[in-house]
Design a protein around this ligand. Structure first.
Ligand code: 5GP
Length: 179
């Protein structure tokens, strides 16, 4: 059986991903020089993005992890955001950068922004690899964005379908998903 084992159309190649992540890393390095930056990896989807982005930031950053579940195993939003595992260190007085795989409805980021603000960080910004449905998200400020994409369900490079395909090194569209 070939790999991947389903029909997949490549949307963003490995090389384009890596080139854009290098640009984001350089920009973040400039913006946060001399400040205490904490990257918060929003699990599970942004584990690869955070790993690559963090290695392109040339500053002594901290990295923490926030487990969030918003979709269950479906390809559309359940509308319910749940923190499944919390940060291990306080963020009070620090500069926080939330690292997300994809913003769709903006619900997850809006919820996390409000939640993290109650912990009194100095600032909270959002860095997302992918931004879908921009017109739906006019209330949300995205500080760093890798790629704007059309409203299709994507997988790969951390993003799953039924918990699979996170280990692809590109972003693809499943051409025949079963809902
Ligand atoms: P939002 O709350 O902005 O609607 O959705 C954010 C979360 O939904 C993301 O962190 C991601 O886990 C999931 N999500 C949204 N769109 C997609 C998609 O096209 N593919 C996958 N695999 N997950 C998505």
């Amino acid at each position: 059986m070939g790999w991947p084992d389903v029909e997949m159309r490549e949307l963003i190649s490995r090389d384009r991903l890596q080139a854009r992540i290098s640009e984001l890393g350089a920009q973040i390095t400039e913006d946060y020089r001399g400040r205490e930056l904490v990257l918060i990896c929003v699990l599970k989807g942004s584990f690869l993005f955070t790993a690559d982005l963090s290695r392109r930031i040339e500053l002594p950053i901290e990295i923490d992890f926030l487990g969030v579940s918003s979709y269950g195993d479906s390809t559309s939003s359940s509308g319910v955001v749940q923190i499944t595992s919390d940060l291990t260190h306080p963020i009070g007085g620090k500069e926080v950068l939330l690292v997300e795989d994809i913003v769709d409805t903006g619900l997850t980021m809006t919820y996390l922004l409000e939640n993290l603000q109650t912990r009194r960080p100095n600032s909270v910004r959002i860095c997302t690899l992918l931004y879908k449905n921009i017109e739906k998200n006019h209330h949300l400020t995205i500080d760093y964005c890798g790629f704007e994409i059309p409203p299709e369900f994507v997988v790969g490079y951390g993003l799953d379908y039924m918990q699979k395909y996170r280990n692809l090194d590109y972003i693809g569209v499943l051409t025949n998903p079963t809902p």
